[in-house]
Design a protein around this ligand. Structure first.
Ligand code: FA5
Ligand code: MG
Length: 481
C-alpha cells in the first residue's frame, strides 16, 4: 500500500514547482487553465458559506459537493461509527470534542501556524485545493490546532472532520477523506515540583495495559533522524510524553481490532483470529518532534494509519501557554473504518446506495451490533491504457533534447476523477521513457474502471475514456500516442 503522507518522504512532496492548474467549471467539465482575464472575481458556496474565488481557485465541483456531506456526523455511517468508537478511548471531559468545524481555513491556519516552510510542496496547487490565494480546503485536521490551544478549554481535545487533498487514485485514496486529530498536554505550573516527567509516567501507569505485539525498534528520539526539542524539554520529559502517546494509540488500535474481530466472529462462527501486528516507524512533521507513524499489518501489507509526535513547543508559545507540553496525533478515519468493517474500497463511503447504508442501520446506538460489510455486488474491472507525450515547458512543441516538463501526476489524477467520477477504481503509471534523441518524455497510465453499484457497459467505459483523453490533451497539452 502506498503511503500517503505529510511527511517529507511522500514523492508528491518532493515535486518542484506549481504546475498548470486544472479547474472544473460548474458543469463539471474540466475547464482550460485559467488566465488572468478569465478569473474576474466570482463567488462560490462551500458548506453554507460564500467565498470569493480568484485565479488560485482549483477545486472541482465534485469535491465542493462533498463539503456538505459530513459523513463523520451521519448517524450509522461507518465513518461516524468509527469516530464514536475512537472517542470512547479518549473520553470527555478530559478531551473536548470538536466535530463540526468548517472545512474552509486560511493558508495561515493550514500551514503557517504549524511551521510549514514557505516552499513546502504541500502548499502547491498540485497538492491542495484552493478557494482563493489566502483560503483553502483544509488538508488535515491539524489546521485547527493553534486556535484550540489558544481557546484553552481542557488538557486534551479531539477534532473530527472532512479533509481534502489532490492525491493519487486507488482503493485507499480519495480526494476527500476524514481525519481525527487528538492532543493531550500537561501544564508545568500545575504539577507538584514541576516534575512533568513523573506526572506523565504516573498517567502512563494509569492507562490500561494490552498484550498485542508491537514492533518498535526506535529510540525515544535521535539527534539526527528524529530529534527531541532540547531547548524546551529534558530527555526524561520527551521520553515520558512519547510513552504516553504510544500507549494511548496502541490502546486505540486494540479497541478497533477487538471490535473488528468480534464482528467477524458474529458473522462467521469458524472465524480464525490472527494476532494483531503493529509497528512504529520514525516520521517527520513540521509541528511535532520527535515524530512517528503507526502501521498495522493487514491483508498481507503494512498500512499506515496515523501520524503523531511530541508537539512543537512553538505551538504552545504562540498560544500564550509556554508552560504546557504534550503530544498530538492525526488518524485517517476512512482507513480505520475500512479495517473495522472490512470495506474494500474507500469510494464506498460516499455511496448513497441502500445496499451499502442499510448494513450499518442501528449501529451508532448499539456499537456491539457491528457486523463486517458484505459486498453486495462485484463487477468486473475494465482496464484502459492511455499513452502520451508530455508537453515541454520550454517550448510549445517540446522536442528539444533535455527539455523540461511541467507534468504533475496529481493533475492527471484529478482530470480522470472529474470526468469518470466514482467509476474509476485506480490509476497507475505502468510505463515511462525518454526518447534518447529528442528528449521527449512519454508516459503510459492504466485506468481501471469499475463501479460498486452497477455493471458498466463497454460502450460507456469507452466513451468516458475518450473524454478523459480529450481532457488530458486540452488541459495538460499532452499528445496522445
Ligand atoms: C497528517 O495529516 C498530519 N496532520 C498528522 C499529524 C497530526 C501528525 C498531529 C502529527 C501530529 P498524514 O498526511 O500522514 O499526516 O495523514 C494522516 C493519516 O491520514 C494517514 O496516516 C492516513 O491514515 C490518512 N490519509 C492521508 N492521506 C489520505 C488519503 N488520500 N485518503 C485516505 N486517507 C488518507
Ligand atoms: Mg503519513
Amino acid at each position: 500500500m502506498a503511503l500517503p503522507s505529510f511527511s517529507g518522504r511522500h514523492p508528491a512532496y518532493h515535486c518542484g514547482h506549481t504546475t498548470p492548474i486544472v479547474s472544473v467549471s460548474t458543469a463539471g467539465q474540466v475547464a482550460p487553465k485559467p488566465t488572468a482575464t478569465s478569473t474576474t472575481a466570482s463567488t462560490i458556496n462551500v458548506a453554507d458559506k460564500v467565498y470569493k474565488t480568484d485565479k488560485w481557485f482549483n477545486t472541482p465541483k465534485n469535491v465542493l459537493a462533498a463539503a456538505s456531506r459530513k459523513l463523520h456526523l451521519q448517524q450509522d455511517h461507518p465513518i461516524c461509527i468509527t469516530r464514536q468508537i475512537i472517542q470512547g478511548v479518549f473520553p470527555e471531559p478530559s478531551f473536548t470534542y470538536y466535530n463540526d468545524l468548517h472545512p474552509v481555513v486560511s493558508v495561515h491556519e493550514n500551514f503557517d501556524s504549524l511551521g510549514f516552510p514557505a516552499d513546502h510542496p504541500g502548499r502547491s496547487r498540485s497538492d491542495t485545493y484552493y478557494i482563493n490565494d489566502s483560503t483553502l480546503l483544509r488538508t488535515h485536521t491539524s489546521a485547527h490546532e493553534a486556535a484550540i490551544f489558544e481557546a484553552n478549554k481542557s488538557n486534551g481535545f479531539l477534532i473530527s472532520a472532512d479533509v481534502y487533498r489532490r492525491d493519487e487514485v486507488d482503493r485507499s485514496h480519495y480526494p476527500v477523506f476524514h481525519q481525527m486529530e487528538g492532543a493531550r498536554f500537561w501544564d508545568r505550573s500545575q504539577v507538584a515540583g514541576g516534575d512533568i516527567a513523573a506526572a506523565v509516567w504516573a498517567d502512563v501507569e494509569a492507562l490500561p495495559k494490552h498484550n498485542i505485539q508491537v514492533e518498535d525498534p526506535n529510540p525515544p528520539f535521535h539527534s539526527q533522524r528524529n530529534p527531541m526539542q532540547t531547548a524546551h524539554h529534558s530527555p526524561a520529559e520527551a521520553e515520558a510524553i512519547a510513552a504516553h502517546l504510544k500507549r494511548s494509540l496502541e490502546l486505540m488500535v486494540v479497541e478497533i481490532f477487538t471490535r473488528a474481530k468480534a464482528a467477524a466472529a458474529r458473522r462467521d462462527a469458524a472465524y480464525k483470529d490472527e494476532p494483531l501486528r503493529v509497528r512504529w516507524v520514525e516520521a517527520y512533521f513540521p509541528f511535532t518532534s520527535p515524530s512517528w507513524e503507526l502501521e498495522v499489518y493487514y491483508g498481507g501489507d503494512w498500512l499506515e494509519v496515523l501520524g503523531c509526535g511530541v508537539t512543537q513547543q512553538s505551538l504552545y508559545i504562540n498560544a500564550h501557554q509556554p508552560q504546557k507540553l504534550g503530544w498530538a496525533f492525526g488518524i485517517g478515519l476512512d482507513r480505520i473504518a475500512m479495517l473495522l468493517f472490512n470495506i474494500p474500497d474507500i469510494r464506498l463511503f460516499w455511496s448513497k446506495d441502500a445496499r451499502f447504508l442499510s448494513q450499518f442501520a442501528g449501529v451508532s446506538e448499539h456499537l456491539e451490533s457491528l457486523m463486517p460489510f458484505v459486498p453486495f455486488s462485484k463487477h468486473p474491472e475494465c482496464y484502459k491504457d492511455v499513452s502520451f507525450w508530455l508537453r515541454s515547458s520550454s517550448s510549445a512543441g517540446g522536442n528539444l533534447a533535455g527539455n523540461v516538463h511541467d507534468f504533475h501526476e496529481n493533475d492527471l489524477m484529478e482530470i480522470v476523477r472529474s470526468i469518470a467520477g466514482d467509476i474509476v477504481e485506480d490509476v497507475k503509471l505502468i510505463d515511462e521513457f525518454t526518447h534518447p534523441k529528442t528528449g521527449r518524455r512519454s508516459m503510459c497510465y492504466r485506468i481501471n474502471y469499475r463501479s460498486w453499484e452497477r455493471t458498466l457497459t463497454n460502450q460507456e467505459t469507452n466513451e468516458v475514456h475518450l473524454e478523459v483523453q480529450k481532457a488530458l490533451v486540452q488541459n495538460l497539452g499532452v499528445e496522445i500516442r
